[in-house]
Design a protein around this ligand. Structure first.
Ligand SMILES: Cc1cc2nc3c(=O)[nH]c(=O)nc-3n(C[C@H](O)[C@H](O)[C@H](O)COP(=O)(O)OP(=O)(O)OC[C@H]3O[C@@H](n4cnc5c(N)ncnc54)[C@H](O)[C@@H]3O)c2cc1C
Length: 380
């Protein structure tokens, strides 16, 4: 679909990511997914393209500007490799970069941001806990003040890239109950009392590790508090907006993978004496998939424009996220039907997309939570 907001700069950026994905990533995703790992050179390769640098100062290797269209473009193009676990393994750091740029002290930024943005080291955002992820205001990990330090205790769960990250942005309770008692902390992985464990095999995102973190009397200097004490909840919510827009773009890329593979298969596979694509039932499936793709793309473009203009459209982002995950679920299911038995075999992108739908419907704010947030934002 034509994007009325496209510019030569945005097209050039998208093309450079698409070229890198087609040559350096797509040919290897089956092997990386089975191996459960992505070579570190890919972190650095994508870092060199600037994808971790949006909203980050140039002195830390950032781009010195933000553009939500470009954020969406790289997310969509990366998803087109057909294994979004690869994007999660490499791009998981992005949700920690925003808080580091906006809230960390100069000392922390000078020490770590350039390496993270260049892809030389990993970083993760750790909010979710074993007791739950939807209700962020009830998180239990504590941080008590002791002289010039904070001491953190608690557990985190489902942390993307957590087994390899050198640095973490951790949500912890510094005040009373509820959303007004939460703060963010910078925690290096080599701090005494910090440990981690892989959460084990997953339904999808095999190329990306998912970690449980354990904080046992983890002592950090008070200057590792990021932003104001007890004001972390608002920062976490603000950060979610960018994460959710990116996830909509990832889902758009996934839907296009499903559609393209369905068309390619339907053009060559013959049943009852003619190519599948000549059967009306199959043509209607393609029409339904294509319409959903167009709707999500148009919605995403409108949201990117509004976010760039300054007013973050939280209700629309929430509605777009659950609309995209339900549209993706539809497209992945239709694509599986069109491929028939061939779609059920491991090592093809449609089989993988079908398994990777659910993490988009649950992670970063589930469909239920997105619906709830949307109507609240609409003042209802
Ligand atoms: C692969 C993967 C990677 C992840 N990476 C990260 C990461 O890097 N960092 C991080 O902090 N977190 C991460 N998460 C966590 C993710 O954000 C949470 O899984 C998500 O927020 C949901 O939390 P939960 O799984 O604890 O479900 P719960 O909060 O326990 O909810 C369970 C179910 O109940 C529904 N539900 C909850 N409350 C209500 C309600 N009031 N009304 C109706 N339904 C409700 C939810 O929608 C969900 O379907 C990741 C998750 C996955 C699966």
């Amino acid at each position: 679909m034509q994007n009325p907001f496209d510019t030569p700069e945005r097209r050039a950026f998208r093309d450079s990511v698409a070229r890198y994905v087609a040559t350096e990533i797509t040919p290897h995703v089956d092997a990386w997914d089975e191996a459960g790992d992505v070579p570190w050179s890919v972190h650095e390769g994508l870092g060199a393209l600037g994808i971790f640098g949006f909203g980050v100062d140039e002195r830390y290797g950032g781009l010195g500007f933000d553009d939500v269209f470009m954020r969406a473009a790289f997310a969509e193009e990366l998803a087109k490799c057909g294994a979004t676990g690869v994007g999660a393994a490499v791009g998981g750091r992005i949700i920690s970069i925003g808080p580091l740029q906006k809230l960390a002290s100069d000392e922390i930024r000078d020490a770590v941001l350039a390496d993270i943005v260049a892809g030389r080291v990993g970083s993760s955002l750790a909010i979710t806990e074993p007791s739950g992820g939807s209700d962020v205001a009830r998180l239990k990990t504590s941080a008590r003040r002791e002289g010039g330090d904070y001491v953190l205790n608690g557990q985190k769960a489902f942390i993307t890239g957590g087994m390899k990250s050198d640095y973490f942005v951790v949500g912890a309770r510094t005040g009373g109950e509820g959303l007004e008692g939460i703060s963010l902390f910078f925690v290096p992985a080599d701090t005494p009392g910090f440990s981690r464990a892989d959460m084990g095999p997953k339904m999808g995102w095999w190329a990306s590790d998912t970690a449980a973190l354990y904080l046992d009397e983890v002592r950090v200097p008070a200057r590792y508090l990021m932003g104001e004490e007890n004001r972390g909840f608002l920062s976490i919510m603000g950060n979610f907006n960018y994460e959710r827009i990116t996830m909509v773009a990832i889902m758009l890329g996934m839907m296009k993978v499903c559609f393209d593979h369905s068309v390619a298969w339907a053009q060559t596979r013959e049943t009852f004496g003619k190519p599948l694509i000549r059967h009306q039932v199959i043509r209607h499936k393609l029409a339904d998939m294509s319409a959903r793709i167009d709707m999500i793309e148009a919605y995403l473009n409108q949201i990117c424009w509004q976010a760039n203009e300054g007013a973050m459209p939280v209700a629309e982002i929430s509605k777009a996220k659950f609309s995209a995950s339900t549209a993706l679920e539809f497209c992945a299911s239709q694509a599986m039907q069109i491929l028939g038995g061939a779609g059920y075999l491991r090592g093809n992108p449609v089989e993988r997309m079908y398994r990777e739908v659910k993490v988009q419907a649950i992670g970063g704010g589930s469909e239920e939570i997105m619906r709830d947030l949307a109507v609240r934002q609409m003042g209802l």
